[in-house]
Design a protein around this ligand. Sequence first.
Ligand code: DC
Length: 208
Amino acid sequence: MLIAVDGPLASGKGTIARALAARFALPHLDTGTLYRAVAVAVLEAGSDPSDASAAEAAARSLDPSQIDEAKIRTAGAGAAASIVSAHPQVRAALKHVQQAFARQPGGAVLDGRDIGTVIAPDADVKLFVTASAEVRASRRWNELVGRGETVALEQVMSQLLERDGRDAARPDAPLLKADDAIELDTTDMDEGEAIRAAIDIVAGRMKP
Ligand code: DC
C-alpha cells in the first residue's frame, strides 16, 4: 500500500506519516529531509540558495544515506530548503530517489508537499494535513525551543507565513491538495487524536 501525506509546515504531517508507517509496517520517507539536506550543502559551500545551478549541483550529488539530522532541523535550514525547493532543476534531481522509494514492493509512506500530486499520483491513500497558522506556529516554536534554539513566537509565525506563501506560489509542484486527497484538519486535535483519525482513514480505505 502506497500512502501519500502532504501538508504545510507543522501541520502534523510528519508525525502522522511516521505513525502510519509504524501501524501498517511500511517504510517511511520524509521528503523534506532531502530538500533540507540540499539547502545545508548549498550553505556549507558558501553559495546562495537562490542560485539555481549551485542548488542543482548539490541536489545531484546528494547522498540520502549521509544526511545529518542535527544540521537539517534548524530554522535556517528550513528557510533555505523552501528556497532551493522552488528550483525546477532541484525538484527534477530529487524526483527519482522519491519515486524509487514509493515504488518498492509492499508500498511505503511518503510525506511532503507534492507527494499526492507529482511524486505518487497513483497512491492508494492521500492525506492532506492542515491546521491553522496560529496552531502550526506554536507547535513549531515549541519544537525549536525544545531543541535549544532561541526564537520568538512572532518570528516563527512570520517565517511560517513566508514559507507557506513560497511553497504554495512556486510554479513547479506547489503545495496543493490533490483532487482525490482526504483533508485532515488537526487544529483542534492533540497528537494522539490526529494519529487515530489518520489511521481510521487509511484503515477505511483498505476495506474491500
Ligand atoms: O517539510 P519540511 O519543513 O521539512 O520541508 C522543508 C522545505 O522543503 C519546504 O519549505 C518545502 C520543501 N519541500 C518540498 O518542496 N517538497 C516536498 N515534497 C518536501 C519539502
